[in-house]
Write a protein of this length. Structure first.
Length: 151
């Protein structure tokens, strides 16, 4: 017969981790605290969507007339509009992420953040190349490795 080495003591059978009934505290946490957390995240998402709506309205009212104004540089105004619209898209996608906790929403938020970086005036050619490679990589990851329909 082979004996067990001294460094491997036998575990008592009655001390099993994760067995037994839920305690009242565990039941309370699982039933009520998770609902409170979900409601809090939902309220944050609603606030983000309200802020995105206000920002979209502000962009349309204040910035779009600058495109036809002869006193302003249309290129600078267009860059500002695109930057604002991408920021609004980031807020909307982040609200979606707060509500549904999907990995595809997280990837889309990062894609929008990188895309917004590409329209800034201070970007160098190397930064632009890195942003394009990062967006291409994230699109590949989203298409091939994330579950669900990607359109």
């Amino acid at each position: 017969m082979t004996e067990k080495p001294e460094f491997m003591p036998e575990k008592p059978v009655d001390v099993e981790v994760g067995t037994g009934e839920e305690t009242k505290v565990e039941r309370f946490v699982s039933n009520y605290l998770s609902v409170v957390i979900h409601l809090f995240l939902s309220a944050l998402a609603v606030l983000l969507l309200i802020a995105a709506g206000i920002a979209a309205f502000d962009t349309v009212i204040r910035d779009f007339p600058g495109l036809i104004s002869p006193t302003k540089d249309e290129y600078v105004v267009l860059q500002k509009i695109i930057g604002n619209l991408l920021l609004i898209a980031i807020a909307a996608e982040f609200a979606f992420l707060l509500l549904f906790h999907r990995m595809s929403a997280a990837v889309e938020v990062v894609i929008f953040v990188i895309a917004r970086k590409t329209v800034s005036q201070e970007i160098t050619a190397f930064d632009l190349l890195l942003c394009a490679a990062a967006i291409a990589g994230l699109i590949v990851v989203q298409y091939y490795y994330l579950p669900g329909k990607t359109t």
